[in-house]
Design a protein around this ligand. Structure first.
Ligand SMILES: Cc1cc2nc3c(=O)[nH]c(=O)nc-3n(C[C@H](O)[C@H](O)[C@H](O)COP(=O)(O)OP(=O)(O)OC[C@H]3O[C@@H](n4cnc5c(N)ncnc54)[C@H](O)[C@@H]3O)c2cc1C
Length: 381
C-alpha cells in the first residue's frame, strides 16, 4: 500500500488510459503476491482466509479509496461475488462468478429506486412476472453503482406482490446486453459523473426477458439474500473507513506540526489539540467497537445491535475526522494537493448507503428496548 498504491492513487483516480494501465499492473502485482480477491475463498477463485482476516486486511486496503480495485475486492462486485458464491447454482458460478472474481468482467447491484425510499425496500416497485420459463422485468432503478460497462447486474424485483413484505422480492441475474436494459445515465453525485466502475447509474428495465434459471437463490428470498450481503459487508466497510480515518488523522497531525505561525506551530493551538484528541478517542472507539462486532460475528452471533451501532457511529466519525483534517489544512484542504477533499466527498455517502444513520439508530434502540421490555435488560459484554 505505502510503496505502490498510495503514490499512484491520483493516476488511478483519473481513470485515463495511463491510469487504467497502471491499475492493471498493480493488480498483477497483487495476484503475484497471492492477495487477489481476499473477500472470497479459493474455491470461489479468491485468496480469502476467513471473515476476520479479511476484516483486518480492510483496515489497510481502506487507506486508499481506490485500493479495493487494486486488490480485486471493490463494491459492488465483492458483495455480488459473495452472494453468487453462497446462493448461485453451478452454472451461474461458472458463467458469472468465475470471471467476476478473476476480474475479467464487472457487475452492478440494482435495488434502489428513485420513486420509493431505499431504506424501506418493502416498497420496491420493479416487477418481474413469470412467462413460461422466463422472467419479464419492468422497473426503474438508480444508484446502480458501476453499471456503466458492467457485464451483468443483480436486480431486486417484486415477484409476488401478495406475499408478506419480506417474501415479495427475488434477486435475478440480468446480463447488461439483454434487450430492454437501458443504462440511462451516470447520475452526477456531488459534481462528479464518474466513469465505468466509478459511476452510480440510473437504469431502466423495459420488458427485459431473462431465463428463470437466472434466479439467484430461492424465489422470494430477495430480502434474505440482501441481508446476507449487507450484514458482514458492513464490518468490511467500517474497517475500510478506519483506514480512511487514520490517514486523515495522520495528515492532520503532520500538518499541524509543520505549519508555522508567528506564534509557533498550529499544533500549539488548543482547538487543534482538541480535534486531535477527540479524533484519537473516536477512531479508537470505532476500532474496538468494530473488532468486537467482527469477533461476535466470527463466533456465530448475528451481532445486529453491534453492527448497526458501528454503521452509524463510524460513518459520522469518518466525516468528522476528515472534516477536521480539511479545516487544519485551510484552503489547501480543499485542493487536490492532499487526498482530503476527495476523501471528504466520498465519506459523506457513508451516512446514507447500506442504511442511513437513522435506520441503524432505530435498529439499535428497538432491540435494546425490546430486551428491557422482556425483563432481560441489556448486558454490555
Ligand atoms: C455512494 C452510494 C452508492 C450506492 N450504491 C448503490 C448500489 O450499488 N445499488 C443500490 O441498489 N443502491 C445503492 N445506493 C443507494 C442506497 O442504498 C440508498 O441511498 C439508501 O438505501 C437510502 O435510500 P434512499 O436514498 O432512497 O433514501 P430514503 O430511504 O428515501 O431516506 C431518506 C432519508 O430519510 C431518513 N429516514 C429514512 N428512514 C428513516 C427512519 N426509519 N427514521 C428516521 N429517518 C429515516 C434518513 O435521513 C434518510 O437519509 C447507493 C447510495 C450511495 C450514496
Amino acid at each position: 500500500m505505502a510503496e505502490r498504491v498510495l503514490p499512484n492513487e491520483r493516476s488511478i483516480e483519473r481513470q485515463d488510459a495511463a491510469g487504467e494501465q497502471l491499475l492493471a499492473e498493480l493488480q498483477d502485482e497483487v495476484r503475484a503476491a497471492g492477495l487477489w480477491a481476499p473477500h472470497v475463498p479459493p474455491e470461489a477463485g479468491g485468496t480469502g482466509t476467513g471473515f476476520l482476516d479479511y476484516a483486518y486486511l480492510n483496515e489497510h486496503i481502506g487507506r486508499s479509496m481506490w485500493a479495493q480495485r487494486v486488490f480485486g475486492c471493490q463494491a459492488p462486485d465483492a458483495g455480488n461475488s459473495e452472494i453468487l458464491h453462497l446462493f448461485g447454482t453451478d452454472e451461474q458460478k461458472e458463467r458469472w462468478l468465475r470471471p467476476l472474481v478473476s476480474g475479467e468482467i464487472r457487475s452492478f447491484f440494482s435495488m434502489t429506486e428513485p420513486e420509493v425510499p431505499g431504506s424501506d425496500p418493502t416498497t420496491l416497485r420493479t416487477r418481474a412476472v413469470r412467462d413460461g420459463d422466463e422472467w419479464v422485468i419492468d422497473g426503474h432503478k438508480w444508484f446502480s453503482s458501476g453499471a456503466e460497462g458492467a457485464a451483468f447486474g443483480i436486480v431486486m424485483a417484486v415477484t409476488d406482490p401478495e406475499a408478506g413484505p419480506y417474501a415479495r422480492a427475488t434477486q435475478i441475474i440480468v446480463p447488461a446486453d439483454t434487450p430492454g436494459v437501458e443504462i440511462v445515465k451516470p447520475i452526477m453525485v456531488m459534481g462528479h459523473e464518474g466513469k465505468g466502475w466509478s459511476t452510480h447509474c440510473e437504469v431502466r428495465y423495459t420488458g427485459v426477458r431473462v431465463p428463470v434459471a437466472n434466479t439467484l437463490g430461492a424465489e422470494g428470498a430477495g430480502f434474505l439474500i440482501a441481508q446476507k450481503r449487507l450484514g458482514p459487508g458492513r464490518i468490511h466497510h467500517v474497517m475500510r473507513w478506519l483506514g480512511q480515518m487514520q490517514r486523515a488523522f495522520e495528515l492532520m497531525c503532520e500538518y499541524a506540526l509543520g505549519r508555522e505561525t508567528s506564534m509557533g506551530p498550529l499544533a500549539d493551538k488548543q482547538t487543534i489539540q482538541n480535534w486531535i484528541a477527540d479524533s484519537y478517542a473516536e477512531i479508537q472507539a470505532c476500532r474496538f467497537m468494530t473488532l468486537d462486532a467482527a469477533h461476535k460475528i466470527d463466533g456465530g452471533d448475528e451481532a445486529r445491535v453491534e453492527v448497526s451501532a458501528i454503521k452509524f457511529f463510524a460513518a459520522k466519525v469518518l466525516v468528522d475526522v476528515i472534516d477536521r483534517a480539511v479545516q487544519v489544512h485551510g484552503a489547501r484542504g480543499l485542493t487536490d494537493e492532499t487526498p482530503l477533499a476527495s476523501m471528504l466527498m466520498q465519506a459523506r455517502g457513508a451516512r446514507i448507503y447500506d442504511g442511513p444513520d437513522e435506520v441503524h439508530r432505530q435498529v439499535v434502540a428497538r432491540r435494546i428496548l425490546k430486551a428491557f421490555a422482556s425483563g432481560e435488560g441489556w448486558h454490555f459484554q
